[in-house]
Design a protein around this ligand. Structure first.
Ligand code: ATP
Length: 215
């Protein structure tokens, strides 16, 4: 299948669609209209139709979309039919929480190795995930063919750990620290700053509270 180039905003909505379609499948629903989907996932139906058109998935008028077909399609795009192993670096409070969470059993993404500089936690198993010392980072990532890493180290360590990850051929980094990291163009970074997200939410409520319900 030729690689479909889809807008980033569309790509971000894919997991939301995917999760909801799975719920429909579990409930034995065979088809869904964009209006129905729209109400469930809180994305307007024109956007849904446009998103789906990027994949050539065109709903039939009066029928909607075939749930199973859509799911099979998304599964491929989201790589859900192969298990993706991810590493986590920094088993502190947040790191522990993510290990515990481990992206739900049925999402086909899992943290399979964790790393920490602290000798008290290295060489232990936390929430079922082995924790390795940092000295083993490159070896383990290459051996386990891990190309994605989650960064939950303190900001003071984030760039040097990033450099080590790049050296270990990682392709994607999910950065939970507020610092922006430098990587070569071949590495993709997703920043998740929880404090910032929460402050944005508070800002919107304080400034646009009376328009709640709008975007
Ligand atoms: P959090 O920020 O997740 O709440 P915390 O407050 O418990 O964590 P931090 O000081 O932020 O602790 O450190 C997070 C984890 O990162 C700790 O377990 C620490 O040992 C680990 N860590 C610190 N420096 C490094 C490093 N250079 N490489 C790997 N792990 C590190």
């Amino acid at each position: 299948m030729a690689e479909t180039k889809i807008p980033r905003a569309t790509a971000k909505r894919l997991p939301i669609y995917y999760r909801y379609l799975n719920i429909l499948l579990d409930a034995d629903k065979k088809r869904v209209s964009s209006t129905e989907l729209s109400e469930a996932v809180k994305v307007d139906s024109a956007t849904i139709r446009r998103d789906f058109s990027y994949f050539g998935a065109l709903g039939k008028r009066g029928y909607g979309y075939d749930v199973e077909k859509l799911l099979a399609f998304f599964k491929k795009i989201l790589n859900q039919d192969t298990l993706t192993n991810v590493a986590l670096i920094g088993v502190g409070n947040l790191g522990h929480a993510l290990l515990n969470f481990n992206f739900h059993k049925n999402s086909n993404v899992r943290i399979s190795a964790a790393f920490d500089v602290n000798e008290a936690i290295a060489n232990t198993v936390q929430s079922g995930v082995p924790v390795y010392p940092m000295t083993e980072l490159k070896k383990q990532l290459i051996e386990q063919q891990i190309e994605i890493a989650i960064l939950t180290v303190p900001t003071s360590a984030v760039q040097s750990v990033t450099d080590d990850l790049v050296d270990a051929n990682v392709k994607g980094i999910m950065n939970f620290t507020p610092l922006r990291i430098s990587v070569p163009e071949t590495v993709r970074v997703q920043n998740v700053d929880l404090t910032n997200e929460l402050q944005t939410l508070i800002y919107f409520i304080e400034h646009y509270g009376e328009q709640l319900g709008d975007k």
